[in-house]
Design a protein. Structure first.
Ligand code: UDP
Length: 239
């Protein structure tokens, strides 16, 4: 069995550990939740377990459709064995429906369909509040090469095209989501997690929010929403 050795990173929702294999890390999912650049903090009970399970199911779906991901396997409730990537300090955001910062910054009403989907980049830097950047910033700051940027864009749009029907079949609208990619031996590989912390998901029938916005906006029933996403995604439930 692969065991955790040294902790090399602690983020807001996860910790990373080395293993005896230099190419493999263990990603540990916590219940801690933060919002608004960590100004709001709290705990969502069993969130780590849900996010690990949901991420596993989604990474498996993506891998089955040719997307390279860092997942090797989920090894316990809160642990996922992953390939070690050199993460690009870029958050890639894909939007199908206007919500969150897009509604605030551009005045587009929440719920407006975005066709074609909108792709955004942010510079991963907590001290600066993860500012939005464009491709020329990425080039000038040497965060990724032109070829890597091209591949990141291609993969992000393919992932969106795979995940929209995946969630739709399970009664959910994929409003927007955040991806992180890294270099693994010269290949661009999907890393991090895909879960209700990093996606906006609305119930397709009622348009009720089923994601971290329930925590961000104090909408209540946070744990229930995470569990329901987990049930629909992992138990293959169709509504
Ligand atoms: N997101 C994320 N981590 C971040 C910022 C955004 O996972 O540090 C996700 C967020 O959950 C949403 C999407 O990316 O699904 C778009 O977020 P937005 O830019 O609207 O920012 P927010 O208003 O949520 O901070």
């Amino acid at each position: 069995m692969t065991e955790r050795r040294e902790q090399i990173y602690e983020g807001k929702a996860k910790r990373l550990y080395t293993t005896d294999d230099p190419d493999l890390l263990i990603q540990f999912f916590k219940d801690d939740a933060t919002a608004f650049n960590a100004q709001k903090r709290g705990t969502i009970l069993e969130k780590g377990i849900v996010n690990n399970k949901v991420s596993e199911r989604i990474f498996r779906h993506l891998a089955e459709h040719g997307i390279p991901t860092h997942m090797v396997e989920r090894i316990s409730d809160r642990e996922m064995l992953v390939k070690r990537l050199k993460i690009f300090p870029i958050e890639v955001i894909v939007r199908n429906v206007a919500a969150g910062s897009l509604t605030k910054n551009l005045g587009i009403p929440e719920g407006t369909e975005l066709d074609p989907p909108v792709l955004e980049f942010c510079y991963k830097n907590d001290a600066l509040g993860d500012p939005q950047i464009n491709e020329s910033h990425i080039r000038a700051m040497k965060l990724a090469t032109d070829a890597q940027i091209g591949r990141i864009k291609e993969l992000a749009l393919r992932i969106n095209a795979l995940l929209r029907p995946f969630f739709a079949e399970r009664g959910m609208i994929l409003v927007d989501f955040k991806l992180e990619f890294g270099d693994h031996g010269g290949d661009v590989v999907l890393g991090d997690e895909i879960c209700p912390d990093t996606c906006r998901l609305w119930d397709a029938r009622t348009r009720e929010k089923m994601d971290k916005d329930r925590f961000r906006r104090d909408l209540g029933k946070v744990e229930e929403a995470y569990q329901e996403v987990c049930r629909r995604v992992c138990e293959e439930a169709r509504v």
